[in-house]
Design a binder for this molecule. Structure first.
Ligand SMILES: [Zn+2]
Length: 494
């Protein structure tokens, strides 16, 4: 780019971003990863070559994160029903046809240690996303990472015995990491992918948390949560707790009292000493509440390690990493549970979700949840500003304003900088997840080309090693994808 430096362009583009520092983290020899998450349906609807043309020309993408296994609509299928269809792909919802599962062949020889069966997604017939996409991607020099998540459906054969259990032993729709049948399934699946396909990496994501956080509603979404349905208290978790000297009976008694506390809070009955004091009283009386929460997250981390070790034993050069849930941006409890230095040794890369636009709506939801019980004594707007302070954000505005305008690119900058600092001394690559048209309420803020561009600039400015355009190509407007591409180009990165 003659006559104009990367620095001056950046300064011009992110004017308004605070705390400008150089793009120090960029290693000149390493090409940054410009990734995009994409589901199989887009290749079927639009054709492999035309889609790759668009991703490369508009988004400057060099890495595909292909949603290979999920029962969730967040990363697979067409646009979520009820949201406007984007300006590409079939102009029709897949409400009746979406099912989910594996969008690539399931080789049964790898799955002998799990009860799960019939995981092949029926939605797209015999279409195998890796068979169709890998040769075309390779020809273009694009990398491909298999991407899958921890979302299941209750009618999958063999799933019931792998499900988590709540306090009364009832089945949940989530699966338990301590259940050998689920752990084996995850390891079998990555073995199948690693041995069958010539992939550059595998990314897995779990958007869940432990029983204490869930009982307190410490998350975005899920506004009418039932504190009695939290997990996991299955026989495997009980056994694991016992081995650590944590009493299941004490935990159960604590969670029963917590359930009462949360239910009266949800009805608006304030405890005599206030919500916050009463919560502390419960945690002091039953430290098992915290121990059970930590047990859940230790089990998730052990699952990461097991997946990492399995893949490396098959193909050491393959990259292995994790998608870190957006709740990391809202709940200080969940953030405390994401200790990047601890994750580092078994993470070649981390996709930290830093979705700027939907963050506003989600933060407002989170404040609404925790403001009902845990912080029921605190006026909502004060509670929001308290969270800006403890999470290290600038004041992004009131709950109403943030839902209407999203978070600024300053949030992306700060979150990237924080993650970068958290990873100091470890080799893990940092690829923030960038929001392109993640659905929001009809009256709430929508992504724009300039907003997407600024989010990408902020990520690199904050020291990212790449970005992952999210959540799925089938919900993105092309102009917003091009906003990301414009940032990549202006930085001279692709
Ligand atoms: Zn369990």
């Amino acid at each position: 780019m003659p006559g104009i430096t990367r620095r001056s362009l950046l300064a011009a583009s992110v004017a308004g971003l605070s705390r400008l520092t150089p793009l120090a983290a960029q290693t000149p020899s390493r090409k940054p990863t410009i990734g995009i998450q994409i589901g199989a349906v887009s290749f079927v609807d639009e054709g492999v070559e035309p889609v790759l043309d668009i991703l490369q020309s508009k988004g400057r993408v060099n890495t595909l994160f292909v949603a290979a296994f999920t029962y969730g609509r967040g990363i697979a299928g067409r646009q979520v029903p009820g949201q406007p269809l984007p300006d590409h792909g079939k102009q029709q919802y897949d409400t009746d046809t979406f099912h989910g599962g594996s969008y690539t062949a399931v080789h049964s020889r790898y799955y002998s240690n799990t009860s799960l069966r019939d995981m092949r997604a029926p939605d797209l017939g015999n279409f195998d996303v890796f068979e169709a996409v890998l040769p075309a991607a390779k020809k273009r020099g694009l990398k491909t990472i298999a991407w899958f998540e921890d979302v299941f459906r209750a009618d999958t054969p063999g799933v019931r015995e792998l499900e988590e259990r709540d306090l009364q032993g009832r089945n949940a729709t989530t699966l338990c990491f301590n259940n050998p049948g689920y752990r084996n399934f995850l390891l079998d699946l990555v073995e199948d992918y690693s041995r069958t396909w010539d992939l550059d990496g595998i990314m897995w994501g779990s958007e869940r948390q432990g029983a204490l956080s869930n009982a307190l509603g410490s998350r975005h979404g899920g506004g009418n949560w039932d504190p009695a349905r939290v997990t996991c208290f299955c026989e495997y978790c009980q056994k694991k707790a016992a081995a650590r000297g944590i009493s299941f009976e004490r935990a159960r008694a604590g969670f029963e009292q917590l359930t009462e506390f949360v239910r009266s809070g949800q009805k608006g009955t304030k405890p005599t000493d206030g919500y916050y004091v009463e919560l502390w009283r419960l945690m002091l009386r039953y430290p098992e509440l915290l121990a059970w929460e930590n047990l859940w997250h230790d089990s998730l981390r052990e699952t990461y390690q097991a997946i990492y070790t399995k893949i490396k034993s098959i193909k050491p050069a393959m990259g292995v990493g994790w998608h870190i849930w957006h709740n990391n941006s809202f709940s200080p409890i969940y953030r405390a549970e994401q200790d990047l230095k601890v994750l580092g040794p078994y993470s070649d890369f981390l996709k930290i979700v830093i979705y700027h636009n939907v963050a506003g709506e989600r933060m407002a939801q989170y404040i609404g949840n925790v403001g009902r019980v845990a912080y029921g004594d605190v006026p909502k707007e004060e509670l929001l500003r308290f969270h800006y302070d403890i999470l290290g954000y600038k004041d992004e505005g009131s709950t109403e304003q943030i839902a209407k305008k999203g978070f600024s690119s300053d949030y992306v900058l700060r979150e990237t900088q924080r993650a970068r600092a958290g990873l100091a001394g470890v080799k893990t690559l940092l690829w923030p997840g960038i929001d392109i048209d993640i659905p929001t309420g009809a009256a709430n803020s929508k992504c724009t080309p300039a907003g997407t561009r600024d989010a990408v600039l902020a990520a690199f400015h904050g020291g990212a090693d790449g970005v992952i355009l999210s959540r799925k190509y089938s919900e993105m407007k092309l102009a917003n994808l091009a906003g990301a591409g414009e940032a990549i180009q202006s930085l001279g990165l692709g």
